[in-house]
Write a protein that binds this ligand. Structure first.
Ligand SMILES: Cc1cc2nc3c(=O)[nH]c(=O)nc-3n(C[C@H](O)[C@H](O)[C@H](O)COP(=O)(O)OP(=O)(O)OC[C@H]3O[C@@H](n4cnc5c(N)ncnc54)[C@H](O)[C@@H]3O)c2cc1C
Length: 461
């Protein structure tokens, strides 16, 4: 190991290598908790450096774990102490922005927010957005195929990536930096690295697809009691707004109450006695016409008695305040600790019954001790469930997994809508993928990483 570390130091220099306290002094997740346990953190400043580092690690059978902004939620960056961590924190450059082709070429260590801001400066937009935007990196977002708040309109990370560059386990650089929307010349190799959670290669650069900037946005929080009205409302806003619907985020009453009750960080926009709260947002290119259409649609929803209350955001500040309720994951976690959090997808028509089944199972397991909070990107068939007791040692994660995943299987839902598998969901992969699919995943892993040194043990055994 000492020999390998010296070899890596030769390649990346002193500034590119952290060892000892500089490693353990770093938190292992976005909440600042824990401590990274690894032989070293390698911080290459170029793809070429990383390629040489990987070649050395391959030669030495050295396990390597790629880390981005550490905001992943499935223990995809967990280490045991034996690994070398690769961080692209010295590769954060936005290299070029092509306004004509609407593309941006970036190094994979760039934070999502910096990419969004750069696109905005050029009168364009990078539409993928999520609460962890300040920390999550392009490399992490690609490797988890992240979703977020605007998938209903723009798709997941996969749809935002035109090309990428990755370093394989043996140091080979695969440069697939395509800049066109269409390119069917053989296999689309970038797809191998999107959503494979650092197990097939380390993403070093990417060509991102940008969209036109939109000049209007309209946001409303609506409340209702009848779940059956939610899909009707989604259909109404989808069709009446002519494809300009950006977000359709639902919060169950249990989430809304948990975030707002006695929390000085928020001012309740409406009473907490409704069954469901939905944050609806649309964006377009004509302020007045978009507002008129949005208001008309809202009126139709009221006339058809699909909703019972509504609070419109009249300023950017009010919009941010509404989103802050939806995005307040920190309050959720701190209030419910110890917490088991889940990210599942299932057809919208099955959601109400599914949640009732989960509640039933919770009450059989924990009586009234455990609390449930449900929220998420319902427009994308994706909900998040948080189960917590607030009391140390009263929640077994394995029990919570059965409570959430057992009723999901007969519906054909997925144990991971957008967070990936990592370590946390590995045991449940076969719930959502057939044996043939899992075998093909293993064949790909074997072909690209024959010595199993890249993020070993994540996603697959
Ligand atoms: C408050 C909050 C809100 C969130 N909201 C959403 C949401 O709405 N939608 C959503 O999808 N996710 C969400 N997430 C999860 C998280 O933000 C995403 O999974 C994100 O993509 C992780 O990016 P990261 O840079 O932090 O990656 P990390 O957490 O550092 O790593 C994630 C995975 O990617 C691998 N990896 C990292 N960088 C590379 C690279 N360069 N090459 C290869 N592999 C790499 C790691 O090994 C690991 O397996 C949220 C997280 C938080 C904390």
């Amino acid at each position: 190991m000492v020999g390998l570390i010296s070899e890596i130091r030769e390649i990346v220099g002193d500034a590119g290598l952290l060892v000892g306290d500089e490693v353990t002094g770093r938190a292992e997740n976005w909440m600042g908790l824990g401590s990274i346990s690894a032989q070293a953190i390698v911080r290459p400043s170029s793809t070429d450096q990383l390629s040489r580092v990987m070649a050395a690690c391959f030669q030495a059978d050295q396990p390597v774990v790629p880390m981005g902004g550490l905001t992943g939620l499935v223990q995809g960056t967990q280490t045991t102490g034996n690994e070398v961590v690769v961080s692209l924190e010295r590769m954060r450059e936005i290299e070029t922005l092509d306004g004509t082709g609407a593309t941006m070429t970036v190094q994979a260590g760039a934070a999502l927010q910096s990419v969004q801001e750069r696109a905005e400066q050029a009168g364009l937009c990078f539409p993928l957005d999520l609460g962890a935007r300040g920390s999550a990196n392009i490399g992490g977002l690609i490797s988890t195929n992240a979703g977020g708040n605007q998938v209903i309109r723009y798709g997941m990370m996969r749809e935002q990536v035109l090309g990428l560059e990755a370093v394989l386990a043996d140091g080979t650089i695969i440069s697939s930096m395509n800049r066109m929307l269409k390119n069917n010349a053989g296999y689309d190799l970038k797809q191998l690295f999107i959503g494979s959670e650092g197990t097939l290669g380390i993403v070093t650069r990417a060509v991102l697809r940008l969209r036109p900037a939109l000049s209007s946005d309209n946001t409303v929080l609506v409340a209702l009691n009848n779940f059956e009205n939610i899909p009707k409302l989604l259909r109404l806003f989808g069709s009446a707004l002519g494809g300009t619907l950006n977000a359709f985020e639902v919060m169950w009453q249990n989430y809304y109450q948990l975030i707002l009750n006695g929390n000085p960080a928020h001012k309740a926009p409406m009473p907490d006695n409704f069954g469901y709260y939905i944050l609806i947002e649309a964006a377009g290119g004509n302020k007045q016409a978009d507002l008129d259409r949005f208001m008309q649609t809202l009126e139709t929803a009221l006339e058809q008695e699909l909703i019972e209350d509504a609070v419109l955001a009249n300023s950017g500040e009010q919009r941010d305040a509404l989103w802050a309720i939806r995005d307040d994951i920190m309050t959720l976690v701190l209030t419910m600790l110890p917490i088991a959090a889940f990210d599942v997808s299932l057809p919208i028509g099955d959601m109400e019954t599914y949640i009732e089944q989960v509640e039933q199972k919770m009450s059989e397991k924990w009586g009234d001790k455990a609390k449930l909070a449900v929220f998420g990107h319902l427009g994308d068939s994706n909900i998040h469930l948080a189960i917590g007791t607030g009391v140390e040692n009263e929640l077994d994660h394995g029990d919570a997994e059965h409570v959430v995943y057992d009723p999901l299987r007969p519906i054909g839902g997925s144990v991971s809508a957008e967070h990936g598998i990592g370590l946390e969901k590995k045991a449940w992969l076969s719930s959502s993928r057939s044996p043939a699919e899992v075998n093909l995943m293993k064949t790909l892993k074997q072909a690209l990483d024959p010595k199993n040194i890249l993020n070993p043990g994540k996603v697959l055994d």
